[in-house]
Design a protein around this ligand. Structure first.
Ligand code: NOJ
Length: 767
């Protein structure tokens, strides 16, 4: 018997045997969680309790590790660590777990965390791209696979999903989230939590989710990462909190705070949000981990005088586990000993962490995630690779396709593939590649070579690097383009230009790529552009001068084949923008759910809310994305034109694929409150569904929208529904509205439960 099992038997099983009077009692061999944790905590010294609150890195802040030094092993033996992050490998983690359960006094298993953001080894599209699929079922599927691979490699816990709403494309972390919209963000947050955690956390292939970065981290002023946030309570509630609420309601087992301060109060020290809202109002039962060193950073924020003070404030605010700053060990010990912090407060945090370990089944079998044969069998399985390509296809957004330039024929004569990103196997892995490897990536160049007929000649020329001023490759690129029958020009950003600490002050094409595009377009050969990037890029020149543009973001290992499938028509694109693409950095923040203002912008009137040197419209609006086929919307009916609180509005309409090929459309439902006590947004997404239709196929769509989805925060900061007329708009993008009508909310102003989250139900009926 190993030590952990011995300790378990000694403390928990033997006493039960002694007490057991019947066979039924013996079935209680696995005591209920509370009882189990009570008895375990009784045995723990204060130092051992604090050990559970400490998380240490295996590697650096972005580097991951498969080895660990002796000092850290000593900490495990002393029971001074509850978790490691940035570590991986069934074998390696099995050994660390063995030290914890066999060589520490109480044998409490460790919990291993890693940023498994869009895949472990099978890398899927970056989250922003995945959101553009507008298909939560597809995201749940890839998230499930990511969990399976991570769990098989020793990981119990991912620091995902990132559910920060981002309205500023300068912010590099926009790539990690679902874009600008709170409703889409909530749906995608739920899908990911369910994907990671599956049906039951105690299964061997499920891992704990950790929505982050609570909260409003994406509202960093100036789009500068880690910067302060100034946000009204109303906007916080209506825009930034809903995806977190969705994740919590979906059962997320943990949560991470943001690095930011909100209106001067750092999130690591924000009791109102970490405890009053998260736990007391929403009923969150998991544990909160601090973001990397953010407890110690309270000193830099200037809200604590020393590390002891930092620890005390963070624990009191509601942080349970300290990621890397080491404060929840020594410093809290001092505070408890001095009587500044009660041991009860420490106990609360310890209990939450032990509960997570219990729910993962680690007290039953601490080694269940560390089976080398399972790791070998699960990681990078063929079906995972296939799913990566499928997800990549679904994420691509066709921004422009003038005169049906796309899809291309496969027998093109000569196709010139130009741009360094075309031959780049690092970029498609994105900013959080976990353990993804370049060797597994299909580049655009390879994808195109795989797709074309054998008589088609594919010539590649780099043209220029992504960054820098070197134009020495222009000449060759121009001559290659001139000779070719068609050019596929791949432009964008490198993987290290978005993600954490990767804010940009400009959002146009970096380096001399714009100039390269001008030169290539100047050859007169037809050009289609493929964009690979981690943020919306302002590309007005390309929009005006090239006939077709595909937004491919960073699509993971299946990138090249998916892009080629779309270019050559094997896959009909149907992704939609989860974020507005502005014309220029000067328009930021630009998002579709702005207010109408007292002077709504008008091209004819200067004294309206607009720029005099730039059109007010975005380059591409939220929800935009073309297809190779066309859809016709008709026959809108509202079943109940008068509704009250808690009702659902029932809508139906028809949609037909009127083009020549099968394709998908994302049906989008927007509403606008006509008159309200607080100026309402011009539009608000309240439902969507991606549907797939054969050519000529027509279906009836039924939508049930809970009226409570229209709740907003009034002057008293109560979430309410006000009576009055509401417009509904159904369309193919936030700007391309095909059907509209209105209905009325009757009755008095009524309060809505702030801790509830509502989703529209949309079903497809083929009659
Ligand atoms: C800091 C990042 O902000 C966070 O998203 C990540 O999960 C942690 N580092 C751990 O890598």
């Amino acid at each position: 018997m190993n030590k952990s099992k011995f300790v378990f038997a000694l403390f928990f099983i033997i006493p039960l045997f002694l007490k057991a009077e019947s066979k039924q009692d013996l079935n209680l061999l696995k005591p209920p969680m509370d009882e189990f944790i009570d008895s375990l905590m009784e045995k723990m010294s204060l130092e051992e309790k604090l050990g559970q609150l400490a998380q240490y890195p295996g590697g650096g802040s972005l580097g991951f590790n498969t080895v660990i030094d002796d000092e850290k092993k000593k900490l495990i033996k002393k029971g001074k660590v509850g978790s490691f992050l940035h570590v991986l490998g069934a074998d390696f983690l099995g050994e660390l777990q063995r030290i914890a359960v066999e060589e520490s006094r109480l044998g409490i298993p460790l919990i291993f965390g890693l940023d498994v953001i869009h895949g472990l080894k099978t890398i899927f599209p970056v989250p922003l791209a995945a959101a553009c699929s507008f298909e939560p079922e597809a995201l749940e599927k890839t998230t499930r696979i990511a969990a399976v691979e991570a769990a098989a490699s020793g990981i119990h816990w991912t620091f995902a999903p990132m559910v920060d709403i981002a309205l500023d494309p300068r912010w590099g972390r926009i790539v990690e989230g679902a874009g600008e919209d709170p409703y889409l963000g909530a749906v995608m947050a739920k899908a990911q939590v369910e994907g990671y955690q599956g049906d039951d956390l105690s299964f061997e292939n499920t891992i704990l989710a950790c929505p982050k970065h609570y909260v409003a981290y994406g509202a960093a002023q100036g789009g500068r990462d880690y910067n302060s946030v100034e946000v009204s309570l109303r906007t916080l509630n209506e825009v930034y909190l809903p995806p977190f609420l969705a994740a919590v309601k979906a059962g997320a087992g943990s949560l991470m705070n943001g690095f930011n301060d909100i209106n001067g109060e750092p999130m690591a020290n924000n009791k109102e949000l970490l405890t009053d809202v998260l736990r007391d109002k929403w009923g969150f039962e998991g544990f909160v981990v601090s973001d990397w060193n953010s407890i110690a950073e309270l000193l830099n924020h200037g809200v604590v005088k020393d590390r002891v003070d930092a620890g005390k404030k963070a624990l009191t605010a509601g942080i349970d586990m300290d990621m890397t700053s080491g404060i929840f060990g020594e410093e809290i010990l001092k505070s408890v000993k001095k009587g500044d912090i009660s041991e009860k407060l420490v106990d609360k945090a310890v209990r939450r962490i032990l509960e997570a370990k219990y729910k993962l089944g680690l007290f039953d079998d601490p080694f269940k995630y560390c089976k080398v044969e399972v790791e070998k069998a699960e990681v990078l399985k063929d079906e995972h690779i296939e799913a990566a390509k499928e997800a990549a296809c679904k994420s691509i957004v066709l921004l422009k396709n003038e005169s049906g330039v796309l899809p291309l024929k496969k027998d093109l004569g000569t196709v010139a593939v130009i741009g360094s990103l075309a031959d780049d196997s690092r970029a498609p892995l994105g900013s959080w590649k976990a353990f993804g490897e370049e060797k597994d990536v299909v580049t655009v160049l390879e994808g195109i070579k795989n797709a074309v007929s054998k008589d088609t000649k594919v010539i590649y020329s780099k043209g220029c690097d992504i960054k820098g001023n070197d134009k020495s490759g222009f000449k060759e690129a121009v001559s290659v383009a001139t000779e070719a029958d068609m050019v596929v020009l791949v432009l964008g950003e490198s993987a290290d230009m978005s993600g954490e600490a990767r804010s940009r002050s400009e959002i146009d094409l970096p380096g001399v790529q714009k100039e390269l595009a001008r030169k290539i377009a100047g050859t007169g050969t037809e050009v289609v552009v493929v964009l690979m990037n981690g943020r919306p890029l302002s590309i007005p020149w390309l929009t005006e001068n090239v006939p077709a543009i595909l937004e491919a973001w960073f699509l993971g290992i299946g990138s090249g084949n998916a892009i080629a499938d779309v270019l050559f028509g094997d896959y009909n694109p149907g992704g939609k923008l989860a974020v507005t693409i502005p014309r220029s950095v000067g328009q930021i923040p630009y998002f579709y759910y702005h207010k109408n203002t007292g002077r709504p912008s008008s091209v004819e009137d200067l004294f309206t809310s607009r720029y005099f040197d730039l059109p007010i419209t975005p380059l591409y609006p939220f929800g935009h994305g073309l297809s190779y086929t066309e859809f016709k919307y008709s026959k809108l009916k509202i079943k109940n034109k008068k509704v009250k609180t808690n009702d659902s509005l029932e809508i139906s309409f028809s949609i037909k694929n009127t083009g020549k090929i099968a394709g998908s459309e994302v049906i989008q439902l927007y509403i606008k409150d006509v008159v309200a006590s607080i100026a309402p947004p011009v539009k608000k997404l309240v439902g969507f569904k991606r549907i797939y239709l054969e050519n000529g196929e027509e279906v009836k769509i039924n939508m049930k929208m809970p009226i409570n989805l229209l709740g907003f925060y009034n002057k008293e900061m109560k979430k309410v529904l006000e009576p009055g007329e509401v417009k509904i708009m159904i369309g193919s993008s936030s700007e391309d509205i095909r059907l509209d009508d209105s209905f009325t909310i009757e009755g008095k102003v009524s309060e809505i439960d702030e801790a509830e989250i509502y989703y529209s139900e949309i079903s497809v009926n083929s009659d």
